[in-house]
Design a protein around this ligand. Sequence first.
Ligand SMILES: NC(=O)c1ccc[n+]([C@@H]2O[C@H](COP(=O)([O-])OP(=O)(O)OC[C@H]3O[C@@H](n4cnc5c(N)ncnc54)[C@H](O)[C@@H]3O)[C@@H](O)[C@H]2O)c1
Length: 367
Amino acid sequence: MCKVIIYGAGSIGNHLAHVFRHKGWDVLMCDIAPEALRRTRENIYPSRYGSWDSSIRLSTPDMLPKEDFEVAVIGTPPDTHMDLATQVLENRPPKVLLIEKPLCTPSFDGVQKIVDLQKATGTFVGVAYNHTLTENSRGAARVLAQNTIGEPITISARFREHWGGIFDAHPWLTGPKDTYLGFFERGGGASGEHSHAINIWQHFAHLVGAGRIVEVSATMDIVDDGIVKYDRICLVSVKTETGLVGDIAQDVVTEPAQKAVRIQGTKGFLEWFVNFNKDHDAMRYWDGTHEVKEEMIQKTRPDDFKGEADHIEDILNGGNRLGSPISLERGLDTMMVIIAAHTSHRHRRPVRINYSQGYGPDSIQIL
Ligand SMILES: NC(=O)c1ccc[n+]([C@@H]2O[C@H](COP(=O)([O-])OP(=O)(O)OC[C@H]3O[C@@H](n4cnc5c(N)ncnc54)[C@H](O)[C@@H]3O)[C@@H](O)[C@H]2O)c1
């Protein structure tokens, strides 16, 4: 039986514990806060999934058993990801290490160490942009592969969602100041928290052969009251290495939420939706001749993570890691657009990403 350790018994830790238990895997959740472990057992897990699963082991870091795990998950705040990932890879490297999004803070501190440790250990390091692996994304990939919409002209992506839902799920927080969410330098704000939009834009750009984003121009609405400092709106125009242009919008104010992508092609279009309605994701596409096709994909919240868990299982079984949509490299590419967007906004200038100079703020050139 596959053994999984999840660091962080918070919102995402519970989602992933549940999806791995559904596979029959052995799950241990580790949190520095005993209160978080209690909440998991008495509140979060039973209220989401019906009852507590007593086979899940709960531990604080000092009580961890000396065991090896095939899979490790870092489900803690972004400013802890790099230190924890380093500890895991240096001490007992698992076969798969999944780090939650966003990968790190915009400083990129500690990133090179993870890149080096991935090489040295052979561990598959993934960044948990789970929407690349859901049914609607697989369906959209099939539509694009059949050249239904013709040559892509532009891609538009948005994850615009008021973060009230996050605070509802964390009633012990009084607001953004109590967590990384209120500080973009700790990986919060719309640019980090809703970076699913940048990532899914990049995913579809790869699928249509448009390559990586190399130019970025951004405008943000920054909340800075002397305590918190975060972007509540992050609007980005991008251009890839093949010249494809498009736009990405992320915010923490839109209600009801909009999570969607639109790809316009020379013949028709493809639209991709998360939570199209209460219990469906969806796709709409048109080949320019026949009727617009609409596919509704029934889902519940756990289905958001099922494709990701299946992908991890596939990698454990020797499946191809190359081109994984949740690879470390893809997560780093998304971080590069986040830091590029902040740099562009701050200087009121477009910027260029020079990947050949490595990952980090120094590879951003102001144009
Ligand atoms: N992919 C998704 O859809 C999705 C959804 C929710 C959250 N996330 C991401 O997951 C991460 C965590 O978010 P969350 O909402 O679950 O946060 P949370 O606050 O609910 O939980 C984080 C937990 O980590 C614990 N923690 C902090 N440092 C630790 C350490 N060194 N070792 C062990 N535990 C530690 C905290 O005590 C807390 O209980 C963030 O990066 C967030 O962006 C992703």
